[in-house]
Design a protein around this ligand. Structure first.
Ligand SMILES: Cc1cc2nc3c(=O)[nH]c(=O)nc-3n(C[C@H](O)[C@H](O)[C@H](O)COP(=O)(O)OP(=O)(O)OC[C@H]3O[C@@H](n4cnc5c(N)ncnc54)[C@H](O)[C@@H]3O)c2cc1C
Length: 731
């Protein structure tokens, strides 16, 4: 705890001590007030200004320090200053006092809470930034919760002081008026319970409902406003129209069909989208061939003869196509039609928030309406406008799979997951790969130790990794393709045969006619979504790569659930997307699998953490497979076993990570992983060993010392026969 916090606590404790020590709480009673009313009133008449100021100051202190007696003080305000001045003095003083209490709670507690319960606080802050004023007004209007608790609780949130003070002031006015008014009748009041009758409580409750009603009305007006100028169709062709047949669109349509909604899926190119046709599937198939090549090249590790890898690139690419063809039926129009989805081959664009124009692939167009529309149009590789790059016929993840000949010298632009996966695969397949990355490390989203291990492996596999290199120009020099990069103020020349661009992805929004319905894209090109996945209109949604922020198949599917369910049932209940436990894997070798916070993120967010590491070189299974490298790193709050984040770098990292993901999702700590039987010898045992490392580091030293003594005592006091014999021999 820092000095100023400590001093403030001492100060508060001293004031509260003095207040209670001098029986302040006994002074502020109804009987006392009634008993001294006459004498006090006379003095106040003669010293009005001093009396009001002094009264307000005491009121501020009582509320700021949450001392008992605020109710009596409010009654006194009415009794001594009347309705008007009493109301003014009390409402200003109570707002000031409440704001001070709010600030004290924030100063003393918020940072600590944020460090300990980062996720909960973040969630609370999101709620407060959206509806905080409404919540506060409700709590102030309905006198069910003690006001001092509201002051303290709100101080722990991210609510702005200005909002807090203003809403408190306005919402406390009705209650203040009731009490001040009651104070003017002090003679008739026998107990504070007389002030709040059942009727009054009911009217307070109604007042409390007011913000909720207001919220509903505001929502209604907002909806009216956003739809102003549009004519809603009286009937709809569908309950749901989905644009795009990739991971996000397929899951959306699947869910809609499963709950018997009438749904159409419009895909302009190939069902399955990027994941099946140009992304996850082909890349993983290529990576597997590359791994096989690596195993053959290093067969001596397994007691076999290493062989020079000979293979036909054409055959490798044919295998990639076969893999796609095998998975294709999962995403095929036939399968989805059987599930009850109308699959339409064509390109869709918006006519209104309920209507799409579909240009069928056979040339004809039609208009379709639906209650809700989901945009799931995905993304495409971004090709930066570097002079000369277009003339090099650059490869991207879109056209790479048509390649017939293996590039001898492949220049890969980009050190992110896609660039790194493909660079590694081509290097293992025998291309001379030069990987250029603008940043100071590969896989910039991962921690330094993770990136270094990958770099080490890449260099061991012959990749020429050029970090802090920015490609600035491409040209042909004597028939040879050349890239120029800027590096530390110098121009570096890199000759190559083919260039693969993997520097990021851009959302697919062209042709959707989003402008027509007033939807602007964000600076990064994605469609801006609310946390229920809606886009500007409560019945238009977006999910997957076109919405971001994560660009993974599983993230697309996760979002699709929210888009589809909110699209179909949003009038009754809206579900807010939850990204707290989002795992991902980069399929380099070793794989990098992450869930939750990295160390860098924890530092950035001010989350206190400690690190537990377990080296996979220690794992029996890894040793048996000659793949004993990599590590597991788990972040936990100091002294606790709750998992804040985990990264696994090694073989089968994606599979090992699943256990940490499950644990995080369901609030299971490392102790629970440690207490679970894991079959021997498996890769997954490593999760248990990582948990064991944590346990060892948190062994209760004091208890262990006591146990040592207990065991010694149980073996018999004094020297053992063995010790005596030793002493005799030595003597
Ligand atoms: C090389 C590579 C490897 C990857 N590896 C992985 C991985 O291992 N794991 C992982 O989780 N993710 C991986 N990804 C990411 C993953 O492929 C995407 O996150 C996922 O495909 C996104 O799905 P989506 O439905 O949002 O978009 P898409 O799959 O792109 O689908 C969008 C569909 O919409 C169609 N469309 C666009 N506009 C219109 C229109 N106006 N009318 C009709 N149809 C339209 C498109 O033709 C497309 O089929 C990889 C990506 C790449 C490029």
């Amino acid at each position: 705890m820092n000095r100023s916090k400590f001093l403030l606590i001492i100060f508060i404790v001293a004031i509260v001590g003095i207040f209670l020590g001098f029986d302040g709480h006994k002074l502020l009673t109804l009987e006392n007030l009634q008993g001294h009313q006459g004498a006090l009133a006379e003095w106040i008449d003669q010293n009005l200004l001093l009396a009001v100021t002094g009264y307000a100051a005491i009121y501020v202190v009582v509320t700021a320090l949450s001392l008992p007696g605020a109710t009596i003080m409010t009654l006194a305000g009415g009794a001594f200053f009347g309705n008007l001045y009493g109301l003014a003095a009390v409402s200003i003083a109570s707002t000031l006092g409440a704001s001070l209490a709010f600030l004290v709670a924030r100063f003393l507690m918020r940072d600590t809470l944020r460090k300990r319960y980062a996720e909960t606080v973040a969630k609370m802050d999101r709620g407060i930034s959206k509806d905080g004023a409404f919540y506060l007004a409700t709590l102030r209007l309905v006198p069910v919760f003690p006001f001092f608790l509201i002051n303290l609780a709100m101080g722990l949130t991210a609510m702005k002081l200005r909002t807090y003070a203003l809403v408190s002031w306005v919402a406390m006015l009705p209650g203040t008026f009731v009490y001040v008014n009651a104070g003017t009748q002090l003679g008739q009041i026998e107990s504070t319970a007389d002030i709040v009758s059942a009727d009054l409580l009911l009217s307070f409750a109604l007042l409390g409902l007011f913000p909720l009603i207001a919220k509903f009305v505001v929502g209604f007006i907002r909806r009216r406003k956003v739809y102003a100028g549009w004519q809603k169709p009286e009937h709809f062709d569908y309950n749901l129209l989905v644009i795009g047949g990739g991971s996000a669109g397929l899951v959306s349509a699947y869910i809609a069909a499963a709950v018997k909604a009438k749904v159409a899926l419009i895909e302009k190119h190939k069902m399955g989208g990027d994941c099946l046709n140009t992304g996850c599937m082909p890349s993983k198939a290529l990576i597997r061939s590359a791994k096989a090549a690596d195993t053959l090249r290093h067969a001596n590790r397994y007691g076999l003869e290493s062989v020079p890898v000979k293979g036909s690139f054409k055959n490798i690419m044919n295998r990639v196509k076969e893999v796609i063809a095998k998975v294709e039926p999962h995403d095929s129009p036939e399968r989805f039609r059987k599930l009850g989805v109308d699959c339409i081959s064509g390109e869709a664009s918006f006519v209104s928030p309920w209507e799409l124009e579909v240009r069928h692939n056979d040339g004809h167009t039609e208009r379709l309406t639906a209650r809700s529309i989901i945009v799931a149009t995905g993304g495409k590789p971004a090709v930066p406008p570097i002079p000369g790059l277009e003339d090099m016929q650059p490869l991207t993840s879109d056209n790479l799979w048509e390649l017939q000949e293996q590039p001898e010298r492949l220049l890969v632009l980009g050190g992110g997951p896609i660039g790194s996966e493909l660079a590694h695969a081509f290097a293992r397949l025998g291309s001379k790969v030069i990987q250029v990355e603008r940043d100071e490390r590969l896989l910039a989203k991962e921690d330094e130790d993770v990136a270094s291990l990958i770099l080490e492996q890449f260099e061991a596999d012959g990749i020429d990794v050029r970090l802090q290199h920015s490609a600035v120009e491409f040209c042909l020099e004597e028939g040879e393709k050349v890239a120029y990069c800027e590096h530390g103020g110098e121009r570096v020349r890199i000759p190559f045969d083919q260039v693969l661009v993997a520097v990021g992805r851009a959302a697919n929004t062209t042709g959707l006619n989003l402008e027509r319905i007033g939807v602007d894209t964000q600076p990064n090109g994605t469609v801006p979504v609310e946390d229920d996945m809606s886009v500007r209109y409560p019945n238009v949604f977006a999910c997957g790569d076109v919405a971001g922020p994560y660009q993974f198949t599983h993230a697309a599917a996760h979002q699709a659930w929210y888009a589809a369910v909110n699209g179909l049932f949003g009038q009754f209940k809206r579900f807010r997307v939850d990204y707290r436990v989002m795992p991902w894997v980069t399929f380099t070798s070793p794989e990098v699998a992450r869930v939750g916070l990295s160390e860098a993120e924890a530092r950035e967010q001010g989350v206190a953490y400690e690190v537990t590491r377990y080296g996979l070189d220690d794992l029996d299974r890894a040793i048996a497979e000659s793949e004993d490298y990599g590590f597991i790193k788990v972040l936990t709050p100091p002294g606790k076993d709750k998992i804040l984040g985990a990264v696994v770098v090694g073989s089968h990292a994606g599979e090992i990570l699943a256990e940490f993901t499950l644990a995080m999702k369901h609030g299971l700590g490392l102790n629970k992983i440690l207490g679970t039987i894991h079959p021997y010898p498996t890769w997954n045992e490593s999760a248990k060993y990582a948990a064991g490392e944590w346990k060892r580091a948190h062994a209760p030293e004091g208890i262990l010392k006591l146990l040592e003594k207990l065991h010694g005592w149980r073996r018999g006091k004094g020297q053992t026969r063995q010790q005596k014999r030793k002493e005799v021999t030595a003597g």
